[in-house]
Ligand binder design. Structure first.
Ligand code: ADP
Ligand code: MG
Length: 229
């Protein structure tokens, strides 16, 4: 099954007297278990693409199909349920709650979807182990490095076993080596958990680690050879 499909998606924003075209007839198909990178400069429309794929923003035209469900005709409540159950979002800023431990940051997500405490705790610990943070489960954000916080952020997005994983600029605050480690982790999680993963970045480093890379320029997508400069 196609896990994420954007078909001829156009998005505009109000801009003075006119409209700014943030996404211009974008088509993107991300099969389950694969990682696609969208590379482009700041302002090219990458975050807009993720917002539309996450059903947080409704496009002016085109279709967004998430895990086999065409979201075009869904009500806001149906979209919010779809997001909760099938979409994992990793925002650029980790937005961890200062007073909660790593395990609790994840358990909050399960609470939102009505899962029991013991089950949520077990799932949180499993995911923290999967991102290499088993020993940090009881730590709070200020006791973690930037790379560790980003990994908690990724683990949190996986709490509800999403079909689609959307990641915004995960390496922008990390040095080269830690950025590579985060990309390796995302590639491994994508394969192991079968998510359709989209990663957006302005950084051309590490693209040899993804299944496919496309470029975004002024809201338009184009194919790009993996490993090309
Ligand atoms: P990127 O993530 O690649 O930096 P964005 O998707 O954030 O790009 O932005 C694409 C374009 O849309 C930019 O010109 C930006 O200024 C504009 N834009 C983004 N969000 C809004 C908004 N909510 N209202 C108006 N313009 C926006
Ligand atoms: Mg952005």
């Amino acid at each position: 099954m196609t896990s994420l499909l954007l078909d001829d998606v156009t998005l505009t924003y109000p801009d003075g007297d006119g409209r700014l075209t943030a996404l211009d007839r974008v088509g993107l198909h991300v099969p389950a278990g694969t990682l696609t990178a969208v590379v482009g400069p700041s302002g090219s429309g990458k975050s807009s693409l993720l917002a539309v794929a996450a059903t947080l923003v409704t496009p002016d035209g085109g279709r967004v199909v998430v895990d086999g469900t065409d979201t075009t005709a869904l009500s806001p409540a149906e979209k919010s349920a779809l997001r909760r159950d099938r979409v994992g979002i990793v925002f650029q800023q980790p937005n961890l709650l200062a007073s909660l431990t790593c395990a609790e940051q994840l358990q909050v997500m399960a609470h939102v979807s009505g899962r029991g405490h013991r089950q949520a705790r077990a799932k949180a610990l499993e995911l923290l182990a999967a991102v290499g943070l088993a020993a940090q489960a009881g730590r709070r954000p200020h006791q973690l490095s930037g790379g560790q916080r980003q990994r908690v952020n990724i683990a949190r997005a996986l709490m509800n076993d999403p079909a689609v994983l959307l990641v915004d600029e995960p390496t922008s605050a990390l040095d080269h080596e830690r950025g590579a480690a985060v990309l390796d982790l995302l590639a491994a999680l994508t394969r192991e958990r079968g998510t359709a993963t989209v990663l957006v970045t302005h950084d051309r480093a590490h693209l040899e680690r993804v299944d496919r890379a496309v470029t975004m320029t002024d809201g338009r997508l184009a194919e790009r050879a993996v490993g090309a400069a």
